[in-house]
Ligand binder design. Structure first.
Ligand SMILES: [Zn+2]
Length: 158
């Protein structure tokens, strides 16, 4: 283990602690010298995520500064997943009026998810994929349908 002081392309100096073989260390040091410092990279990622969120018409997230900075990057990554879910829900052909009600509810619920402003929710769902969101939605939809006493024809199978 050794400590190295590197001046990055942004002009900021940072101490890096490196382990391993000398050749590996040299390679890492070289690539670090050619890039911006970790703080600048982080700030840039956050700024990019914020700019994208703005473009998508999304409001600012709520939470601590640390939470919202992290969640902003997760949200922009997860948005296409939720958009795909939205499309899938829209494509459903309800068998009857109750099914239509359920679909309307599902569309609303996915919109709610996309526009969730709680940073903590995005952090909790950071590793969720389409399948997870879909099964979560189905579970909620079923509970909602039961609560409403809907007759869903053949569509109630889980
Ligand atoms: Zn920097």
């Amino acid at each position: 283990m050794a400590k190295y002081y590197i001046t990055h392309t942004c002009g900021h100096g940072h101490e890096h602690v490196l382990f391993g073989k000398n050749t590996d260390r040299e390679r890492i040091l070289k690539s670090q010298e050619r890039s911006e410092c970790p703080d600048c990279v982080r700030a840039k990622n956050i700024a990019n995520a914020k700019a994208n969120a703005l473009k998508e018409g999304l409001s600012d997230l709520k939470g601590t500064e640390k939470q919202t900075e992290w969640a902003e990057q997760i949200r922009i990554r997860q948005l296409p997943v939720l958009k795909a879910l939205y499309k899938a829900v829209q494509a459903i052909k309800p068998p009857n009026e109750d099914g239509q009600k359920l679909q309307d509810w599902m569309i609303r619920r996915v919109q709610e998810m996309m526009h969730t402003l709680e940073a903590a929710w995005w952090i909790e769902t950071r590793t969720d994929e389409l399948a997870t969101f879909r099964s979560q939605l189905m579970k909620e939809a079923k509970a909602w349908g039961v609560q409403q006493g809907l007759n869903l024809g053949g569509g109630t199978k889980s």
